[in-house]
Design a binder for this molecule. Structure first.
Ligand code: S3P
Length: 172
């Protein structure tokens, strides 16, 4: 595959359940680039998982760590970077990605997201909440900003990961 964004990282954005991590891993493999996941990097740096970061340090500390981790990931060799769903909502993070990387929004419908995340652990925003309601609210808040990504790719319910990679490579 000819590298579609030579010298620049490719950053995947979108809501929880859009497929950023699983599709990102395969995209990186196809392009022969390293893959990194900002949630995972934050967990490594904090020495605890995301639910406990939210519980012990609070969401504000998580967002701050997320901003710093993504700034660091954007330096150095071009990668495929999967971000947490809220990363793009931070103006500084968004500006850093817009400056240095190619952003790809994995756009999924409410029912697709819901089927992928409801009842699964590890996502404090959904913890003890009605997943449908939370996702609906996040779609309303975030999709207008996700739309500013360089590229938008539909993450449909039936699309497997390789199909998603093909869609991304066609779109960029
Ligand atoms: C969040 C999404 C999560 C994680 C954290 C907050 C969000 O990542 O960063 O739980 O604000 O949408 P995924 O999008 O990978 O689930």
């Amino acid at each position: 595959v000819v590298d579609p964004a030579p010298g620049r990282s490719i950053v995947l954005i979108g809501l929880m359940g859009a497929g950023k991590t699983s599709v990102g891993k395969r995209l990186a493999a196809r392009l022969g680039r390293p893959f990194v996941d900002s949630d995972h990097e934050i967990e490594e740096a904090a020495g605890q998982d995301i639910p406990s970061i939210f519980a012990t340090l609070g969401e504000g500390a998580f967002r701050d760590g997320e901003r710093r981790v993504i700034a660091r990931l954007l330096t150095g060799a071009p990668k495929v970077i999967a971000t947490g769903g809220g990363a793009w909502m931070n103006a500084q993070t968004r500006a850093a990605i817009e400056k240095d990387a190619l952003s790809v929004w994995l756009d999924a419908k409410l029912n697709t997201l819901h089927a992928r995340v409801a009842g699964k652990p590890g996502r404090p925003l959904l913890d003890g909440q009605d997943a449908n309601q939370v996702l609906e609210r996040l779609i309303a808040q975030r999709y207008p900003l996700y739309e500013q990504a360089d590229v938008r790719v539909l993450s449909t319910a039936g699309a497997n990961h390789e199909t998603m990679v093909d869609r991304i490579l066609r779109a960029i």
